[in-house]
Design a protein around this ligand. Sequence first.
Ligand code: NI
Length: 396
Amino acid sequence: MLEDIYQLLENNFQETVQIRRHLHQHPELSFEEVETPRLIAEFLGNLGIDIRTGVGGRGVVGCIRGEKPGKTVALRADFDALPLQDQKNVPYRSKVPGKMHACGHDAHTATLLSVAKVLQEKRHLLEGNIVLIHQFAEELVPGGAKAMIEDGCLDGVDAIFGTHLWTTIPVGKAGFTSKAIMAAADRFEVEIIGKGGHGAMPHETIDPIVIGTNYVQLLQQIISRSVSPLDSAVISVGTFHGGDAFNIIADQVSITGTVRTFQEETRKAVQVKMEAILRTLCESAGASCHFRYQPGYPSVINHEQETSLVQSAAKEILGEDHCFITEPLMVGEDFSYYLQEVPGAFFLTGAGNIQSGAKYPHHHPLFDIDERAMLHAGKILAAAAVRFLMEKSERK
Ligand code: NI
């Protein structure tokens, strides 16, 4: 059956490319998606797949019902774009100024639609159901995943699989890990309120720039002294603003930045430490402060059994030596919420190709993919779903 499915995906590949290029030309930003979910719903509806629209806001969920009863497995693809000007010179570049599919979510969507088409055609062979989760707003916290889960997209689902196409991995390869694959991505904002004054008379002021620069130094000490060397974390200060004139001591400084962690305990500990250091520094200097910590998505933590299932499917498709254990990435992904609810695996499908120009990192104005990655991702996702249902029915 799997060989048949692969063949059908190959036969449909031109259509997959067309869908991706159509979406690429018509990107929609997170929480503003209208035409994209409409296109998805129409495509799935035309195949005779049961769909639910407006899930959690703008999501679309389809369900392929196998002819025999069994477990239910979900596949997820996100569909939002980014506020970026497309600078590529290709016929399918974005037609919307300032908006661009610079993360490959157009390709995720086209891939899952093609997988849906083929699995719907083969549903008489399926033991169990396949839920198709087309998710809106992955790029922008709070994201679409959480809202879709609250609206029931995982009801009755036993496992979930998803992939991200990745251009720093050459097309034809795929990366897996049974542990954390993406980090928790949080944001912080700090204000230090001192007492301004003449630059010649610092003793009459409380200098927030001196406190702030100390704080920035001490933040890195949290990483080196408070986080286990076997774990990892990043604190990066992105902005530091204060002062208006060269000879005046500022009265206020504001600092913003991002924190990336994998372990929930580390995430919490870093946050607590950041606030404690700030308060101590400010208190000892007589300054006051505000500390705001905005949690982003939790880290994406894979489940072992499902990872080994999808990895062995990928080895058959891409070849043993094209599947590797990936290091975790420090970027965030709201696939984490699905994996907090049901077992599953998220993996990276290589989409890079230096010759074809698919060599830019994600969120870059020249970002593009090698479209063959969609075929690889589609085969692996379809195989994971089918194999999951088969294995579970055998165990019954
Ligand atoms: Ni993305």
